[in-house]
Write a protein that binds this ligand. Structure first.
Ligand SMILES: Nc1ncnc2c1ncn2[C@@H]1O[C@H](COP(=O)(O)OP(=O)(O)OP(=O)(O)O)[C@@H](O)[C@H]1O
Ligand SMILES: [Mg+2]
Length: 495
């Protein structure tokens, strides 16, 4: 039996720098094959070659045993190969239904038909998404679901998922895995890229590990352990527990005080305080109003939607109309949606940091020169281990996890006194998670008021000096690290 997809010593170089170097890989019919590796290891690039998104610079791609070259994703789709991207590729201004049937609208002679079909289709997948909703208004999880639904609808034989579960809730993940199993039962083959190693171990039949663009190993998932995966991904044993708690810090002065904040259905009479010199963790399921609250505080959500309540920075009541006003007061929000609002994608790392820096200036006048910016960029590249092919690489050319690090660096050059991280380690590899956590701890040690929004409980438990639980638009409970357990936090978030 020939493999469904085979790459033979396939390579991809960008401006002479190899992103994938002579990788041989096979995908068998009906299997779930996990592709693992650090940020920048070449996972997305390898799969993009299979899906016709980028073209190899060396080696061969075989589908059903026959050598193929795909000039674009449409040609790969004709062979039944679909890729669901790490960064969403939906049209934000269109509705869910329109996105699902993009290009096939002519099947429906009435608009209503389109929505009914979309509704039924989404229900058949167990996806709770409103087909009438405009994609721009959806959270990351729902966008991901639309994206998955679209691939399923295109009758794919091979679906490549690039970090599909990063923004899903535990329940949504459960549905997603059930869906994947149903698909494989129907003969669909799956490539699954993830930084959630336990998930990969659980869901996949085989695992392939890449490091620095090269193939390290392929084996049955049953032959892997978490330790073996990490060792092969990183090239050494990671010392120390990934999620070990630091000592709890005592609260400093109240730095951010939110009183009875409301906005439509998303934020309902929400009140809480964040103190300097501490990490305040906010746990909640997606849709529990955490992001909206943070965005109101940081002046990102427009004031027209602002229905009531009060926000104080230090002792001063504030109502920011634009993010810049917040940044000038030292309030920064590090976005969960890096593609949409995190960075300027066609600029280099240094230029992005410069833009960040400029925004934080209240007056013009002395501006850092590019050479100084470059030094600053080098410094951050080192501190956050940002990997880019070359120093001038545009941010769009970085791997997903490395883009996330640029988003963080861009906020930190603004020298905030209150910083809100929204899902700071989404899409970041195990080694880099430890680096980002260490950085967040240092910020709190340096006296900043740090708020970390996360749907990942081990992250909240590890980082927080206090834990707030958000549910249906408001903070419903507070835990100290001593009283917090996975179970009681989850219980508070759900009940
Ligand atoms: N369009 C591009 N131009 C230049 N370099 C690129 C481009 N796309 C990717 N690269 C480089 O190729 C390497 C591999 O990137 P890739 O996106 O495949 O990594 P990844 O394993 O998917 O990482 P992550 O887990 O962070 O998503 C990186 O060094 C990246 O900077
Ligand atoms: Mg990637």
């Amino acid at each position: 039996m020939t493999a469904l997809i085979e790459t033979r010593s396939i390579s991809k170089a960008y401006r002479g720098v190899p992103a994938v170097n002579q990788v041989s890989f096979t995908l068998e019919r009906g299997e779930i094959h996990a592709l693992l590796g650090e940020n920048g290891a070449g996972k997305s690039t390898l799969t993009k070659m299979m899906a016709g998104v980028v073209q190899p610079t060396g080696g061969e791609l075989l589908v059903d045993g026959r050598a193929v070259t795909y000039a674009n994703p449409a040609e790969a789709l004709r062979d039944g190969i679909v890729m669901v991207f790490q960064e969403t590729s939906l049209v934000p201004s269109m509705t869910v239904a329109q996105n699902l049937y993009l290009g096939d609208e002519s099947f429906f002679n009435r608009l209503r038909g389109l929505y009914i079909a979309a509704q039924q289709f989404l229900q058949s997948l167990n996806f709770n998404v409103d087909p009438w909703a405009t994609v721009a208004t959806l959270g990351a999880a729902k966008k991901q679901m639309v994206e998955i639904a679209r691939a399923v609808r295109q009758n794919a034989r091979v679906i490549i998922f690039d970090e599909p579960t990063a923004s899903l809730t535990p329940e949504e993940k459960h549905h997603f895995f059930a869906l994947i199993r149903r698909l494989t039962a129907r003969g669909v083959s799956i490539v699954f890229i993830s930084h959630a190693l336990e998930e990969a171990l659980q869901i996949s039949d085989r695992i392939t590990i890449l490091r620095d663009g090269e193939h390290v190993s392929t084996d049955l998932a049953a032959n892997f352990s978490r330790e073996r995966i990490i060792r092969e991904m990183v090239g050494r044993d990671l010392t120390g527990a990934l999620y070990s708690r630091s000592r709890a810090r005592l609260p400093g002065k109240p730095a951010l005080d939110v009183r009875n904040l409301s906005m439509g259905q998303a934020v309902r009479n929400n009140s809480f305080t964040v103190y300097s010199g501490q990490v305040t963790g906010v746990f909640g399921l997606i849709g529990s109003g955490r992001t909206e609250t943070a965005k109101i505080v940081a002046g990102i959500l427009k004031r027209d939607f602002f229905h009531g309540g009060e926000v104080r920075i230090g002792a001063d009541p504030v109502r920011y109309r634009v993010p810049r006003a917040a940044i000038l007061d030292g309030v920064c929000y590090v976005t969960e949606d890096r593609k949409l609002e995190g960075f300027f994608e066609t600029m280099s790392i240094a230029e992005n940091l410069q833009m960040g820096e400029l925004t934080a200036r209240s007056h013009s006048g002395f501006v850092l020169r590019m050479a100084e910016m470059q030094t600053l960029a080098d410094e951050w590249r080192n501190r956050l281990a940002i990997r880019s092919g070359d120093a001038d690489a545009r941010v769009i050319e970085l791997s997903g996890g490395n883009q996330q690090k640029v988003v963080i660096a861009k906020s930190l050059v603004q020298k905030p006194s209150v910083i809100i991280f929204d899902e700071p380690t989404r899409g970041v590899d195990v080694g880099a998670i430890a680096e980002i956590h260490a950085l967040i701890n240092r910020l709190a040690d340096d006296g900043l008021a740090v708020m970390v929004i996360s749907s990942y409980l081990p992250e909240i438990l590890n980082l927080s000096d206090r834990i707030l639980v958000s549910q249906r638009g408001r903070i419903v409970e507070e835990f100290s690290p001593e009283t917090a357990t996975q179970e009681n936090i989850m219980y508070a978030a759900v009940h």
